[in-house]
Write a protein that binds this ligand. Structure first.
Ligand code: ZN
Length: 439
């Protein structure tokens, strides 16, 4: 009862009022509500979903005895669980489904009801007001609307806030660039790689004064922020942290001094699994308000740490540090989720190369580069190898091709002698991310 009462206070407060009230929420109330919601979420998931009933029974976990996440021991929900058994997580009849981008058949899915989608919209609207967006501002939503979630949840926030918007979707940045003066757009939101491409156009052809640039769905290179500010006449540049599985935004950065994401502790209980000495480990979250597809201790695969110290901006919610990469070989790069299997598929029948290959992601300045490291054999010219690789990307992964053709990322090829890539290593890492470690 108390859980419902406290939740309804938050969900019935208008977004604008909530954005003003944020700093005044007492920290003990946040903790009290979070603990209560966690216990409620565990009991609800057990009572209503096949997956959690089975798992808890198997492990002899009595949900009534669970007070905090650590009471669940080493029980976690993994991405493989929701790839393989998504519908076993359903507690109610859903109204909509979203998928992660990536290889078909391996996608993660999240199901929601309309009221949950609307609640995410209300919260995003609160965030927009907190960033200082008003009804005088003009917003372009350049996130993808294609199966994947960010376009839709951003749009829900715009609907709830009644902020004027151009719902562009992830189109060629040039299309948005041309419309900035047409609609007097001053707030731009999209993926960092897309924002960088848009900023390059502005640097080359002339820029306009923007108020705010918002990014999400992947991390932004540190060096990109000052450059974006400089090109667009000093807008604020901020990021949000979310995933398809979380559906809503897990955390958002509101001011430069935050240097991390304030976690929405009303909707998510966030933990760090297996932290190292510095506190960095895998981000794990429990959904505290989801009733259609509740997730208990879901391993989100991103590496970060929880910052316990209060933030000087005054928002009482704890923060996650900026992400430091992924806990598996999946990589969020070049505007999508990329898996080793995808590159296997692109490179498997290319004449003139061995089956050993490695794809390295790096930054050239702030531009993302997908570098194919290949071993040449026989006498097939390099140009033929490269043409076949591009043909395969175009034919087999149209999403990746789209991102390449609108110059979201660049490609490079490095050639090695036969056996040169593996050396003495038993296992060859297929995907290497050097974007945030190369400096
Ligand atoms: Zn802050």
């Amino acid at each position: 009862m108390l859980h419902e009462l406290l939740s309804s206070v938050v969900h019935h407060t208008p977004p604008y009022a909530l954005s003003r009230a944020l700093n005044h929420i007492p920290r003990p109330l946040i903790d009290f509500k979070k603990d209560l919601s966690f216990r409620h979420a565990v009991a609800y998931a057990y009572a209503h979903t096949k997956f959690y009933r089975e798992k808890f029974d198997e492990r002899k976990i009595d949900p009534r005895s669970i007070r905090k996440p650590s009471d669940l021991g080493d029980f976690y929900t993994t991405p493989a669980d929701i790839v393989n058994r998504a519908e076993d997580f359903l507690a109610r009849r859903p109204h909509i489904v979203f998928e992660s981008s990536g290889t078909t058949g391996r996608n993660k899915r999240v199901y929601l009801r309309q009221e949950e989608l609307n609640a995410i919209g209300q919260l995003n609207a609160m965030g927009f007001f907190r960033w200082g967006i008003t009804k005088k501002d003009r917003f372009v939503n350049a996130f993808d609307f294609c199966i994947w979630i960010p376009g839709m949840i951003t749009q829900k926030g715009l609907e709830a806030s009644r902020i004027f918007c151009l719902a562009a979707g992830k189109v060629d940045p040039l299309e948005v660039y041309k419309r900035i003066p047409l609609y007097n757009i001053n707030v731009v939101m999209g993926e960092p790689t897309w924002l960088i491409k848009l900023t390059e156009l502005a640097e080359k052809h002339g820029s306009y004064p923007l108020k705010l640039v918002l990014g999400g769905a992947e991390e932004m290179p540190d060096a990109a922020r000052p450059w974006i500010k400089q090109v667009w006449h000093n807008p604020e540049v901020h990021m949000v942290y979310a995933s398809v599985e979380s559906a809503g935004v897990i955390g958002a950065e509101f001011y430069d001094r935050c240097r991390g994401y304030h976690v929405d502790e009303d909707d998510f209980m966030v933990e760090i699994a297996e932290p190292n000495a510095e506190g960095y480990g895998e981000v794990v979250f429990t959904t505290l308000s989801r009733t259609t597809m509740p997730l208990i201790r879901y391993r989100n695969r991103d590496i970060s740490k929880l910052i316990e110290e209060p933030c000087s901006c005054g928002i009482p919610f704890r923060k996650l540090a900026r992400m430091r990469g992924r806990a598996d070989e999946l990589i969020v790069a070049s505007g999508g989720n990329l898996y080793p299997l995808m590159f296997e598929d692109i490179l498997k029948d290319v004449d003139g190369i061995t089956s050993d290959w490695q794809v390295v992601f790096k930054l050239r300045g702030i531009k993302e580069v997908m570098e194919f490291n290949l071993e040449l054999r026989g006498h097939v010219p390099r140009e033929t190898v490269e043409k076949t690789v591009f043909d395969h990307i175009r034919d087999r992964y149209p999403d990746l091709w789209k991102n390449y053709s609108i110059a979201i990322f660049e490609t490079a090829f490095q050639y090695h002698p036969v056996g040169g890539l593996r050396g003495n290593a038993r296992k060859l890492l297929r995907i290497v991310d050097r974007r945030y470690t190369q400096q």
